[in-house]
Design a protein around this ligand. Structure first.
Ligand code: M5T
Ligand code: MG
Length: 587
């Protein structure tokens, strides 16, 4: 039954479940399964930082060796070799760190994309009608990518540079305990500044991601409606509209850059270096430490440059990643009113349909259909007629729960469609839409869409039954002809027959043909007529059509007017009783 807390109507099971309570939890539930990669990153980063600290330490020792009262030049060679050796090892560990970060970033990108795609496929039509395609595309592509960047370079640099910051604490006390002073002051102010920075950054990175989504929405709509744009000669207006959105994206980026530029730690680093040198020199003049210690200490403080320098863009990257995670999670968690009802009624359909005081509204309170009641016996053909906007398309979409009734019920074989197993219901009802959608694929693959394992013979038989074989074989590549996006290379009538071939192949118990707006020449008309008659045989068929010849031989004719039934019966009855029906025929 209807369950408002569900997030998809179809679920495909995956062994790994993620925690979708918050962006941080969610990212972590994706990350934690790769704990071994995290371990590589941490070992690599720790090794890299401590070996980087070896350089100033050995240089300090070398200084002491040559400035001693009796210069010990023989110590220089071993120290040099130590530096070279430690840096070679460091390169190896650094490789591990970078490799680990990139590996986990790619794995996460793949898994998140997978999770999002499955979730999008499972969402109801109500969700897809409301959610703009361009924005969904932006989330599914760029936002997922941002999570990749969040790990590599983002987290990689955050972890790496954090360990650089730890090193002065570890090594400075070996020269003099008071040398901890400067690193301590630096670290405290650094984290305060970082906290402030992240707080002011997060709304800005949210704005960056959302402006980008809006830009994409507009782009997708302009391309989708390109024919309309060109037809109305609105190219220029579209360009200026697009520019406006692009400017908005730019402005948010500038704001982000502005924040980055004001990041304080750069200044802090300069102060730390100067202050540290002064402190060490004072200790030296008091005879507390040797000159080599001064050099080593300043070298250790120089390690703070990495966290200072990396932090601006590393944390921006993490912040952008979290904003993206929020947006992806929003899609994953958005609710849908339908559920697949896996334990529902599943059986071979006979094809009896019964509407019982059914009402339906796209928006609550604004009824599009009202008080619809009629029954169709298995195998009958029903013609649904009525003016444009009367609710014909909406009516048939209640059959397979593309939309949910708001009042009353729709029964198939005496079972409420809510109580059917959704997959079983939809597999046995085939709706050929008003606006036939073809994939950019071969003709054969388009026909076999509902039955991917169909053999070539089956496909050809279906095409023949749908009167499509003739025009398909007239193409040079026959069934292997690739259709352009949305099948633009086919005429309306050809598409319709392709869609009929699809229906023949899946052999549904209930066939719905929404044909109300297509205008077709009479030669094609004849083909289609025959194809439809063949398709209607042996199954319950709903025809939404303006073709009088088809309406005439229907077993039942439903005349819709403003969402309610104005008249119902067969042709002879309606000619006698219904003024509205007679008017259709006199037009
Ligand atoms: C019936 C409204 C539409 C019309 C009424 C698809 C859709 C329609 N409507 C919405 O409010 N939201 C929607 O998403 O519903 O529309 P229909 O069922 O599509 O009418 P039809 O099939 O009889 O018309 P046509 O032109 O296909 O012959 O008021 O505004
Ligand atoms: Mg319609």
């Amino acid at each position: 039954m209807t369950n408002p807390s569900l997030t998809s109507e179809f679920t495909i099971s995956r062994s790994h479940k993620t925690n979708r309570t918050s962006p941080a939890h969610w990212i972590w539930s994706h990350t934690a399964r790769y704990w071994w990669i995290l371990l590589i990153i941490i070992i690599g980063a720790t090794g890299n930082a401590s070996l980087a600290a070896m350089v100033p330490i050995y240089i300090g020792e070398a200084f002491d060796a040559i400035t001693a009262a009796l210069p010990q030049t023989e110590r220089l060679l071993p120290l040099t070799l130590l530096i070279i050796g430690s840096q070679l090892l460091r390169a190896l560990l650094q490789l591990g760190r970078n490799f680990g970060a990139d590996l986990i970033a790619q794995k996460l990108e793949r898994n998140i994309r997978d999770e999002l795609y499955i979730s999008l496929l499972g969402k109801s039509m109500t969700f897809h009608n409301i959610q703009p395609v361009g924005d969904t595309m932006a989330r599914a592509t760029n936002d997922v990518r941002e999570i990749n960047f969040m790990y590599s370079p983002g987290v990689n640099l955050v972890v790496g540079s954090f360990l650089f910051m730890v090193m002065p604490f570890y090594f400075a006390p070996r020269y003099h305990i008071s040398l901890l002073l400067v690193p301590t002051l630096f670290t405290i102010t650094y984290f305060i500044a970082l906290w402030e920075y992240l707080h002011s950054l997060s709304p800005v990175t949210d704005a960056v991601r959302s402006a980008f989504g809006k830009l994409n929405t507009r782009l997708a709509e302009a391309l989708d409606g390109i024919e309309t744009v060109k037809g109305a000669a609105q190219e220029e207006a579209e360009v200026s509209f697009f520019n406006k959105q692009a400017r908005r994206v730019r402005d948010t980026f500038v704001k982000q850059g502005d924040l980055e530029a004001r990041f304080v730690p750069m200044l802090l680093y300069g102060l730390a270096l100067g202050g540290g040198l002064l402190h060490a020199l004072i200790l030296y003049s008091q005879g507390e430490i040797k000159i080599g210690a001064v050099i080593a200490y300043v070298g250790l403080l120089e390690m703070l440059q990495f966290p200072t320098f990396a932090s601006t863009f590393a944390y921006t990257q993490v912040s952008l990643g979290m904003s993206s995670a929020r947006r992806i999670l929003e899609l994953l968690n958005s609710e849908t009113l339908l559920d697949q009802n896996a334990d529902g009624y599943a059986a071979n359909m006979r094809g009896e349909v019964c509407f019982r005081s059914t009402a339906f509204a796209y928006n609550p309170g604004d009824d599009v259909l009202n008080d619809i009641s009629f029954t169709v016996s298995p195998g009958q053909t029903v013609a649904i007629v009525g003016q444009t906007g009367a609710g014909k398309t909406s009516l048939v979409k209640l059959l397979n729960r593309t939309y949910e009734t708001t009042e009353g019920e729709v029964l198939v074989d005496g079972v409420n469609v809510h109580d059917w197993n959704l997959a079983s219901l939809r597999q046995q009802i085939s709706i050929i839409e008003q606006d036939i959608f073809l994939f950019s694929d071969s003709i054969a693959e388009n026909i076999a869409f509902g039955k991917p394992n169909a053999s070539q013979e089956e496909i050809i038989a279906a095409a023949k039954a749908a009167q499509a074989h003739g025009f398909i074989t007239s193409f040079e590549e026959g069934y292997e002809t690739t259709l352009g996006e949305r099948g633009v290379t086919l005429s309306g009538g050809q598409r319709q027959r392709l869609a009929l071939a699809r229906a023949f192949l899946t052999d549904p118990r209930i066939l719905v043909l929404d044909d109300s707006t297509s205008a077709i020449d009479s030669a094609t008309e004849d083909h289609i007529q025959r194809a439809i008659a063949a398709a209607a045989k042996g199954r319950t068929t709903f025809l939404i059509t303006h073709r009088l010849s088809q309406i005439r031989w229907a077993d039942l004719i439903v005349v819709l007017k403003n969402g309610h039934i104005a008249a119902i019966g067969n042709h002879d009855q309606l000619m006698k009783t219904s003024e509205a029906y007679r008017r259709i025929f006199s037009e």
